[in-house]
Design a binder for this molecule. Structure first.
Ligand SMILES: Cc1ncc(COP(=O)(O)O)c(C=O)c1O
Length: 348
């Protein structure tokens, strides 16, 4: 893998947004480690025009002993590669182990202080010679970039008040909603913008049949009389990895989880509601569409699950060791596979 030196003087919105999130100096882009503010994709990049990309959000947490550990990185890359299959993105490293190797090398090189957020983006790039112009997946080259951010995690996140969105979650026969396809995020952006304009923190979106699907970028759970309800993985949701983690932790701790459809009134009348995502962990929802949920305060079940999740992500030993991959051991992994796995580049 070749290396171009990053511009370490680069600051401004690209590298240092005001929210305490800091872009790492190095990025992976189409087979090379380059300055994170340097790569320039052609203006004709297909994913930019047509939303034909897929991304992941992966976190690495500092353990109780200061060790940095990627959380369920394998599952994230497996999910990304499944989305690549549907988008016909093939000319990128397609072995999970290689993607993990690149990620580990990048994180080590960026040398962030605290928790880290990793953002891989696989996308359609440029028309191949002789391919007909137009919206297509075949006949278009592929790209993969990975950036990392110093991004403190929230522990138990600030409680949120949600609106009920006027935008519906698209059904999976209009868009593969079970994958993180970039184009699908226009619905999340519209719903999130609408919610914030109305003074809410986030929004719950209904699916085509009027059931609650999820929030703009998080899954939803309702606590009803000691049972936890969440829409099934086969409905029009993105089946989140955090959702799966929480279901596992709940069941292990003896709390019943039922995957079943939720109506808006199930949510209005729930004792507690919370959201789950890699980005924010467990987010208590204390209000919906101007009404309090439960007594309008963060509930006990939500608190307990947030603590279990925090422990699962930060343990350096303890249960579920397969979920955590240490990255800052002196020689965590080598990257011999990278040199000969550089994807070919085609003209813009
Ligand atoms: C639409 C949507 N739903 C759910 C989630 C939660 O998924 P995960 O827990 O895998 O981060 C996300 C995460 O970004 C998302 O974008």
């Amino acid at each position: 893998m070749t290396t171009r030196h990053p511009d370490r003087t680069a600051t401004g919105p690209d590298r240092r947004p005001s929210s305490g999130i800091e872009l790492g100096a190095w990025a992976y882009d189409r087979g090379e480690l380059v300055s994170a503010t340097g790569p320039r994709l052609p203006l004709s990049t297909q994913a930019l025009h047509y939303g034909t990309g897929t991304f992941e959000g992966i976190r690495a947490y500092r353990s109780d002993r200061g060790l940095l550990q990627l959380f369920r990185v394998r599952e994230h890359y497996e999910r990304m590669l499944r989305a690549c299959r549907i988008l016909r993105i093939t000319d990128i490293p397609t072995e999970v182990e290689d993607l993990i190797d690149i990620t580990v090398e990048l994180i080590r090189r960026n040398d962030h202080d605290g928790d880290v957020y990793v953002r891989p983006l696989a996308h359609k790039l440029s028309l191949l010679p002789d391919a007909p112009p137009g919206v297509s997946l075949s006949g278009v080259s592929d790209g993969l970039s990975i950036t990392t951010f110093g991004f403190p995690s929230y522990g138990i996140a600030k409680a949120a008040r949600c609106g009920l969105s006027s935008w519906r979650r698209p059904p999976r026969d209009t868009l593969p909603t079970q994958h993180k396809i970039t184009g699908g995020y226009v619905t999340s952006a519209l719903a999130s913008d609408e919610a914030r304009a109305a003074g809410y923190d986030d929004a719950l979106l209904l699916d085509g049949s009027g059931h609650v699907a999820e929030a703009t970028t998080a899954n939803v759970f309702a606590v009803v009389a000691d049972r936890i309800l969440t829409p099934p993985g086969t409905s029009d949701i993105l089946p989140g990895i955090t959702r799966d983690t929480l279901i596992t932790l709940c069941r292990e701790s003896g709390t019943e989880v039922l995957e079943r459809e939720l109506s808006p009134s199930d949510v209005f009348t729930a004792d507690e509601v919370f959201l789950s995502s890699t980005g924010k962990g467990v987010v208590p929802v204390v209000g919906l569409a101007g009404r309090d949920i439960g007594n309008g305060a963060v509930g006990e079940v939500t608190r307990r699950l947030a603590a279990l999740y925090d422990a699962a992500t930060r343990h350096s030993d303890g249960p579920h060791s397969a979920w955590r991959l240490p990255v800052d051991l002196p020689e965590a992994r080598s990257t011999p596979a990278l040199e000969h796995r550089q994807p070919s580049r085609s003209k813009a």
